[in-house]
Design a protein around this ligand. Structure first.
Ligand SMILES: *Cc1c(COP(=O)(O)O)cnc(C)c1O
Length: 396
């Protein structure tokens, strides 16, 4: 059987190396992560990933959403606390805040399509405990301004690096700048093992609390992890040994994938630079640290953005699709933060909150005027030139 691959999301690179890694785990019969660290694929993956990002600790879990939840639990965030997130991110960022009983406060994005530090400042209250800057589509957030605010108001920073694995800001790896960083390994990300997530931190308390949250029973293992804080009830977000083996191969591919995507992005931009058009390139907080997954064109109106999508024939997409803009998050807009009303963040908080689809008008207007074009692994020079020609044709 063969499957047509979706061109828009083509970052997927896997071959027999991954298949061999899976076979090895199965023949070894070691399918439990709490075995000697020299065998445990999950422990090895954590060590290698921590090394890559430049942090002391990494905790592998079963999804990016679980990694966000573990990060927030690690930061001791719970009912009554507010966490500031951008209006442009995948819904999981908001769901993780609700999962720990806290309130997501939505901030505007700016022209870089990442969270606007000026709007963060406006939204800080006595209840604010954390900010989740999201490096969307490989674009680094303004981490300088965000870390300044965090220091001044003593709030935590959890970087959502789900879409920017391997990216950097002013020479520092994304996921190593805030108090913790979170990565996803689902199908759509830069590196993948199907499903998976990882939390990075230099903070020992965050690591230990996250460890307890990710496996409430880990203290009863034959080789239990080192935990010297009071034990609280956690869940089971354990990573699979088979998927960790795949993830280890993927980490080795990361640099190669990024250099191909980055070269492709700069070639396309180079091709577009001298044409007279009704769009501009979305500005970057750090173009050297950008992952190169996406080229964003910003038009002067939503009518011209729509016309471009309709007539360009190059798989151009709108950034506000399927769950990536706050106005589509029905769960939050209607304040149903949990499966049970007594467990709902909005019942648990003494303060009254209101959400509306037009609460961040600048975010909506920026996204409507923006068109994304994805880079893809394996495009050759001719294919890139054809792409640039098509963009130029439509822009005349
Ligand atoms: C993919 C993604 C997540 C969630 O990751 P899962 O592995 O799907 O749980 C969180 N935030 C952003 C920005 C994402 O793109």
């Amino acid at each position: 059987m063969s499957y047509e691959k979706e061109e828009v999301y083509d970052m997927y690179v896997m071959d027999k190396k991954e298949i061999e890694a899976i076979s090895e785990v199965i023949t070894s019969t070691h399918l439990d992560r709490y075995i000697d660290g020299t065998y445990s694929q999950t422990s090895l993956f954590e060590k290698e990933f921590a090394n890559k990002i430049g942090v002391n600790h990494a905790l592998a879990v079963n999804s990016g959403t679980s990694a966000l939840i573990c990060g927030l639990v690690g930061m001791e965030i719970g009912p009554g606390d507010e966490v500031i997130i951008p209006g442009y991110t995948y819904v999981a960022t908001a769901l993780a805040v609700l999962a720990v009983g806290a309130i997501p406060i939505i901030a505007e994005i700016d022209e870089t399509l990442t969270i606007d530090p000026i709007d963060i400042k406006k939204k800080i209250t006595k209840q604010t405990k954390a900010i989740i800057p999201v490096h969307m589509c490989g674009l680094p957030c303004n981490m300088y301004a965000i870390m300044q605010l965090a220091k001044k108001y003593r709030i935590r920073v959890l970087e959502d690096v789900a879409q920017a694995c391997g990216g950097s800001y002013q020479g520092q790896m994304l996921g190593s700048i805030g108090d913790a960083g979170m990565f996803s390994l689902n199908h759509y990300k830069i590196i993948s093992c199907g499903e998976g997530g990882i939390l990075t931190t230099n903070n020992k308390l965050i690591q230990q609390r996250a460890m307890l949250q990710h496996d409430g029973g880990c203290i009863y293992e034959r080789k239990p992890p080192e935990i010297n804080i009071p034990i609280f009830a956690g869940w089971n977000f354990r990573m699979s040994e088979i998927l960790s083996a795949v993830a280890r191969v993927q980490v080795n591919r990361l640099d190669g994938i990024l250099s191909e995507l980055r070269l492709q992005k700069s070639t396309i931009i180079q091709g577009l630079i001298n044409i007279n058009t009704n769009f501009k390139l979305v500005p970057s907080n750090d173009s050297d640290g950008d992952c190169g997954t996406t080229i964003f064109l910003m038009f002067d109106s939503d009518v011209s953005a729509d016309a471009f999508k309709t007539y360009s024939n190059i798989n151009a997409w709108s950034p506000d699709y399927s769950g990536h803009v706050y106005s589509d998050w029905i769960q939050l807009m209607e304040k149903r933060g949990s499966h049970h009303n007594s467990y709902n963040s909005f019942t648990l908080s003494e303060k009254y909150y209101e959400y509306s689809k037009d609460m961040c008008p600048r975010t909506l207007s920026l996204l409507k005027r923006t068109v994304g074009i994805s880079t893809a692994i394996g495009r050759n020079g001719d294919e890139i030139n054809i792409l640039v020609d098509k963009i130029m044709d439509i822009s005349k």
